[in-house]
Design a protein around this ligand. Structure first.
Ligand code: AMP
Length: 115
């Protein structure tokens, strides 16, 4: 069996994280190195290494992840003020953890374009 990803270990409570939301398909926890006053990661419990490896088989799961974002934004109080979702995929995308995750950034005015 393939070695667990860092985020699978967080899902399995083998590595601590500040978990703020969980359901049967996904987990949301605070990023350990926040780039905004609020910086959360939303991950599927099922491992997909990166967006580049997602297929039509993952359609429902991907839809669930994105549909969960406004729920988390409401729960955490930044639904109205706004937020940004980022997915880094592969080396040029800046991916460092090979387990698909949505960065959810909020709490300050974010600039565009990103670096
Ligand atoms: P990426 O660079 O897009 O792959 O994002 C990986 C993110 O995971 C980075 O923002 C890291 O700060 C974050 N990260 C790494 N290790 C942990 C951890 N143990 N708990 C929470 N976030 C983490």
């Amino acid at each position: 069996m393939a070695e667990k990803s860092l985020f699978e270990k967080i899902c399995d409570r083998e590595i601590p994280a500040e978990i703020i939301y969980e359901d049967e398909l996904c987990l949301c926890f605070k990023d350990i190195s926040p780039q905004a006053p609020t910086h959360l990661l939303v991950i599927p419990k099922e491992r997909i290494n990166r967006l580049a490896e997602a297929t039509s088989d993952h359609q429902n799961l991907l839809g669930h992840l994105f549909a969960t974002v406004p729920h988390i934004a409401r729960q955490e109080g930044f639904l109205e003020s706004g937020f940004r979702c980022v997915i880094n995929s592969g080396p040029d995308g800046g991916e460092t953890v090979p387990h698909l995750h949505i960065h959810l950034l909020a709490g300050r005015k974010l600039e565009w374009p990103p670096g």
